[in-house]
Design a protein around this ligand. Structure first.
Ligand SMILES: NC(=O)C1=CN([C@@H]2O[C@H](COP(=O)(O)OP(=O)(O)OC[C@H]3O[C@@H](n4cnc5c(N)ncnc54)[C@H](OP(=O)(O)O)[C@@H]3O)[C@@H](O)[C@H]2O)C=CC1
Ligand SMILES: O=C(O)CCC(=O)C(=O)O
Length: 447
């Protein structure tokens, strides 16, 4: 088996040698899915995984815009249309200076499996730009978003490709992007998700990724007759996913000890309660401040500059910031401090070494493509509501989200339960996500 996996990874490396994040994501899938393919005649010998690692289409384009001082700025825009076997391409847009082909291809590849796991009819895609929204005025953000959509519009559509938010793209950016799409296309369609409530958005979409990550962790804890009640929880990030993961942990009786941004983390040993979280939401979403400003309001807490929060002893860790933010040493620190559960809110936040350490220690570990699928699932629900020209209530959407997360958990058990009873959620998510897409690709022939 090892030689089949190595031969496959060698081929992928030949074509994508300078894309480390993409290769990392492919390796994780190949290690679990290739042994399954070999055992199942319907998939074997059809180069199905080789087809899946090749994007159906890659679009890159120039984005020119004028900043507040009148200077012309040039950025690069991307959309990776990875796989449309089970539905229109679907996945977020990331605006961050580190955005490149490798990062977007890893995100698009993961998105294919994640979207399949939701059981909703969505293919996988991802896009974005190396534009840095930090420190930009609202007007600059608007001009950039309009310029970006000025090109992207010709490649997307509500039945073709439906982008949404990701790092650096929230409600404000989706609004500007939607405005330009509507103007150019002269049509009001559900071409983006994460829209505002008065113009086609869905209740619970802002909360969905963070809530879903905690719902998934709760299902994992349930397999060991445990729950969030009284648990110490370390959360990284302080953006959309981290904020709502923290909110749900508090609602379920857990104690949130940390939040972070790319400059460092805050540690509040008394716990970040609803009141304090409200302060963080305003600080981050409206004032667009930095997490260290938490100390101005809550001086009994601590700020640790330039570090991630994994050194703080906890029962549960929720990495909700970015890829590869939790490495093997961090994993060992978490384990030594008694951590029993890790549920990824971010995409691929744990390195391969970290995942191996979690598996070796037999703790509960959920990969992002399963545990953070609540965001895109609720985007799928937003698409449905747009098609029906109807809005479900908050309670209805939350219930559907809970059901979808519970179904994903069941699928992981179906494909990931080992002989000793341990659930390998990585294997379970990869195989369950693969089967639906592969079946559709086989049915549609070589296209
Ligand atoms: N939004 C969604 O619905 C979904 C998001 N995700 C994933 O969740 C993660 C967070 O996304 P989201 O909350 O939406 O994004 P936001 O832009 O709202 O927040 C991102 C957070 O992560 C921090 N961060 C970003 N880059 C780094 C870095 N290199 N090192 C340390 N911290 C960093 C940011 O800090 P700073 O402000 O300093 O940059 C910020 O606190 C991403 O991995 C994303 O792909 C997954 C599924 C759906
Ligand atoms: O809601 C969406 O379409 C995208 C969410 C996303 O980008 C992700 O799941 O990583």
């Amino acid at each position: 088996m090892k030689s089949i996996i190595n031969e496959f990874l060698g081929l992928v490396k030949q074509r994508n040698g300078n894309e480390p994040e993409f290769l990392q994501a492919v390796e994780e899938v190949a290690e679990t899915v290739l042994p399954y393919i070999v055992k199942h005649d319907i998939y074997y010998g059809k180069n199905i995984l080789l087809r899946m690692v090749e994007p159906e289409r890659v679009i890159t384009f120039r984005v020119c815009w004028v900043d507040d001082s009148g200077e012309i700025q040039v950025n690069r825009g991307y959309r990776i249309q990875m796989n449309s076997a089970i539905g229109p391409y679907k996945g977020g847009l990331r605006f961050h200076p580190t955005v490149n082909m490798s990062i977007l291809k890893f995100l698009a590849f993961e998105q294919v499996f994640k979207n399949s796991l939701t059981t909703l009819p969505m293919g996988g895609g991802k896009g974005g730009s190396d534009f840095d929204p930090k420190g930009k005025s609202d007007n600059e953000i608007m001009r950039f978003c309009h310029a970006f959509m000025g090109e992207l519009f010709r490649h997307i559509g509500h039945n073709t490709d439906v982008p949404a938010g990701d790092i650096g793209v929230g409600a404000r950016e989706i609004g500007f992007l939607f405005g330009m799409y509507k103007k150019i296309s002269n049509g009001f369609t559900g071409v983006l998700t994460g829209k505002g409530m008065s113009w086609g958005g869905s209740l619970i979409r802002p909360e969905a990724t963070g809530y879903g990550t905690v719902y998934f962790a709760d299902s994992m804890l349930e397999t060991r007759n445990d729950s969030f009640e009284g648990k110490k929880v370390v959360v990284s990030g302080s953006g959309n996913v981290a904020q709502y993961a923290a909110e749900k942990v508090i609602q379920l009786g857990g104690k949130v000890l940390t939040l972070s941004d790319s400059s460092g983390y805050i540690y509040d040993k008394e716990g970040i309660d609803s009141e304090k979280l409200k302060f963080v939401m305003e600080l981050k979403n409206e004032k667009r401040g930095r997490i260290h400003e938490y100390l101005n309001e809550y001086p009994n807490s601590k700020y640790v500059k330039g570090k991630t929060p994994w050194e703080i002893p906890c029962d549960i860790a929720l990495p909700c910031a970015t890829q590869n933010e939790l490495n093997e040493d961090d994993a060992k620190t978490l384990l030594n401090n008694g951590c029993i559960c890790v549920s990824e809110g971010a995409n691929m936040p744990s390195t391969k070494g970290a995942i191996d350490a979690f598996h070796k220690a037999r703790i509960l570990f959920a990969p992002g493509k399963a545990s953070n699928a609540g965001g895109v699932a609720t985007s799928g629900l937003e698409m449905t509501q747009n098609s029906l020209r109807f809005n479900w209530t908050r309670e209805e959407v939350d219930l559907k989200l809970k059901e979808i997360m519970a179904n994903i958990h069941d699928s992981c058990i179906e494909y990931g339960k080992e002989e000793d009873g341990y659930i390998d959620y990585v294997k379970g998510a990869n195989i369950a996500g693969f089967v639906k897409v592969a079946d559709a690709m086989l049915a549609q022939g070589v296209v």
